[in-house]
Design a protein around this ligand. Structure first.
Ligand code: PMP
Length: 353
C-alpha cells in the first residue's frame, strides 16, 4: 500500500442506471420523461447568440431563480438553483448536516443519500420502512442530526400524506428536514406551503422528470431566505455548482410553459394508471404510485430474470439487487402509451423457463 492511500477519502460510489446508446430501444430504467421539453426550450437553442459564451454566466442565476420563484408564488430569496437536484441535495448535506449526530433517512430510498453521507463524513442511520413500504413519522424522532427523505419515495413510488410530512418537520424543530420532491408533480401534494410555517424545512425539486430536462441538469431548493442564504454562501465558496448561460435560458423557457407542463404530466399520470391496471390483471403486484414509475413484483416470476429477458428485447427497466427486501421487484418508468403497450404485450406472452 502506498503511504498517500491513507489520505484518500474512499467512498462506495453511487451506481447510476444504465444509459445504453441504442437507436431503437424502450428506455424505462431511469425515470426520464418520454416527451420532449416544452417547445420554447428548442426556440432558445436555435436563437441563442453564441457570442454570449465569451462571458461568464450570471453566478446568481437570477433570471431562472426569479422565474421559479414566480411560478411558486415565492420571493427570489427563497429559491436556490443548482446543477440538477443531485447537486442541490449534495450542497444541502454539506451545508446543513454538520452535527455529530446521525442524520436519518429510510432504508429503502434514493441510493445517493448514503453516498453523500459517506463522502461528507456525516454519520447516518437508516430507518426501515414498515411492511407496506411506508415511511412512519413516529420513527423520525429523538436525537438526530437532520432528516432527508423523498416524497414520493424512490424506488417505491409511495406518497407520504402531507400531514405525516408535517409531523416529521414539526417534531424535529432543532434540525433541518429536506423533502426531496423529485417526483412530486405526478399526483403528489407538495410540502411547499410548509416553508412559510417552519424555518427548518427545505423542499427540493428538479427539471429532470416533470419538465423533461434530465440532460440539462437543473434542480432547486425552496425554503425560508435564511436557509437559502446559507446554501448560497457555500456555493460561492466552492464555485462549482453553477449553471451555464444556455441552461439558464432553456430552463427559464421550460418553467414559463405551464400549459405544456400540465398536459405532459397529466398524460404520464393517465398512462401510469392504465398500465397499473393492466399489469395487475396479468398478476403483477404493486402499490399505487404517485410518481412516473411503478414498483412491481410477482409471486411466481423472478424479477431479475424478467429484467434480463426484457433487456434482450431492448426494453430497459431497473432492478436493484440490494437491499434484499426489494430484490424481487422491478422499477418501471412510465413511457409513452406505445412503449407501455409493447411492454404489456411482451408480458402477456412471457413464460419463464
Ligand atoms: N432525488 C431522487 C429521489 C431521484 O430519484 C433523483 C433522480 N435519480 C434525484 C433526486 C436527482 O435527480 P436530478 O439530479 O436529475 O435532478
Amino acid at each position: 500500500m502506498k503511504a498517500w492511500e491513507n489520505n484518500i477519502r474512499k467512498v462506495i460510489p453511487y451506481i447510476p442506471g444504465e444509459q445504453p446508446k441504442k437507436e431503437k430501444m424502450i428506455k424505462l430504467n431511469t425515470n426520464e420523461n418520454p416527451y420532449p421539453p416544452a417547445p420554447g426550450v428548442k426556440d432558445v437553442l436555435t436563437s441563442f447568440d453564441t457570442d454570449r459564451l465569451r462571458l461568464y454566466p450570471d453566478p446568481k442565476i437570477e433570471k431562472l431563480t426569479d422565474a421559479i420563484a414566480e411560478r411558486y408564488g415565492l420571493n427570489s430569496n427563497q429559491v436556490f438553483v443548482g446543477v440538477g437536484s443531485d447537486d442541490v441535495l449534495a450542497m444541502c448535506f454539506m451545508t446543513f448536516f454538520n452535527s455529530n449526530r446521525p442524520i436519518l433517512f429510510p432504508d429503502i430510498t434514493y441510493s445517493f443519500y448514503d453516498v453523500w453521507a459517506e463522502e461528507f463524513r456525516i454519520p447516518y442511520k437508516q430507518i426501515p420502512l414498515d411492511r407496506n413500504f411506508t415511511i412512519c413519522p413516529e420513527d423520525y424522532a429523538g436525537e438526530n442530526g437532520g432528516i432527508v427523505f423523498p416524497n414520493p419515495n424512490a424506488p417505491t413510488g409511495k406518497l407520504l400524506p402531507l400531514e405525516d410530512v408535517e409531523r416529521i418537520i414539526a417534531q424535529n424543530p432543532d434540525v433541518i428536514v429536506i423533502v426531496d420532491e423529485a417526483y412530486i408533480d405526478f399526483g403528489g401534494t407538495s410540502a411547499l406551503p410548509l416553508i412559510d410555517k417552519y424555518d427548518n424545512v427545505l423542499v427540493v425539486q428538479t427539471f429532470s422528470k416533470s419538465r423533461s430536462m434530465a440532460g440539462m441538469r437543473i434542480g432547486y431548493a425552496m425554503a425560508q431566505p435564511e436557509l437559502i442564504k446559507y446554501l448560497n454562501d457555500v456555493k460561492y465558496s466552492f464555485n462549482s455548482y453553477t449553471l451555464n448561460s444556455l441552461t439558464i435560458e432553456m430552463g427559464t423557457a421550460a418553467i414559463l410553459d405551464e400549459a405544456y407542463f400540465k398536459k405532459t404530466t397529466q398524460k404520464i399520470i393517465a398512462t401510469r394508471e392504465r398500465t397499473k391496471e393492466e399489469l395487475r390483471a396479468l398478476g403483477y403486484r404493486m402499490d399505487d404510485s404517485k410518481s412516473n414509475f411503478l414498483f412491481v413484483t410477482h409471486d411466481t416470476i423472478s424479477m431479475e430474470k424478467l429484467f434480463e429477458d426484457l433487456k434482450k428485447k431492448d426494453i430497459y427497466v431497473r432492478h436493484f439487487s440490494k437491499p434484499e427486501r426489494i430484490a424481487n421487484y422491478l422499477r418501471i418508468t412510465i413511457g409513452t402509451d406505445e412503449e407501455m403497450n409493447t411492454l404489456i404485450t411482451f408480458l402477456k406472452n412471457y413464460k419463464q423457463s
